[in-house]
Design a protein around this ligand. Sequence first.
Ligand SMILES: [Zn+2]
Length: 208
Amino acid sequence: MKPLKNWDNLANGFTFKQIYPLGWGSLSGKPHLGLDKIAPSGTPIYMPFTGKVVATFGSESGYMATIYPAGKSIVIRLMHGKQAFKSGNFNEGDLIGYVGSTGASTSPHVHVDISQGSVNINNINNFINPATFDWGEGANMPDINAMNNLLNAHQNRLNELFTEDKKKGKIAVLISDVSNLKKNQTVSGMTKDEVKALILEVLKEAFK
Ligand SMILES: [Zn+2]
């Protein structure tokens, strides 16, 4: 999930690849490698993925959370928190901090940057644009691997149930594609909710 509720309705401040103006200390003339989301001070910030948070404070970052999502080779940083972020292991959706204006910030916002593997501020190619990043909108979908195992384990039963090969084929495609499905995207002409409904329908029939 995204780190703030109402994310899509919040205004963007600096966006990815803008250059800091002169007079911004050590940031002067350097690329802004994140996305600034403007939100009222005190707006709750949630854990976007299950994983670990390391809370720090820096003169430019202010209160910062460095997030290491479990099983993903990315690092997410959230900056300018109102107070120290929580540290430790958290589940997706846990409250970890609040929007503020600490560090190199002139008004309340959260700076979000995402890097591949590890944070390397000298390599712009290492950064992923948070505005186009897949925040795992499919995270509430049933576990795809678990469903695949379930379907494989009950293939004979499914074969009995679905004598129409066409439908079986469609389910297989949906399950392999659904992990990449983003909000508002469709697969085989179906929305995420329709895919979810179809998969659940199949599983329900399989275990009657
Ligand atoms: Zn920023």
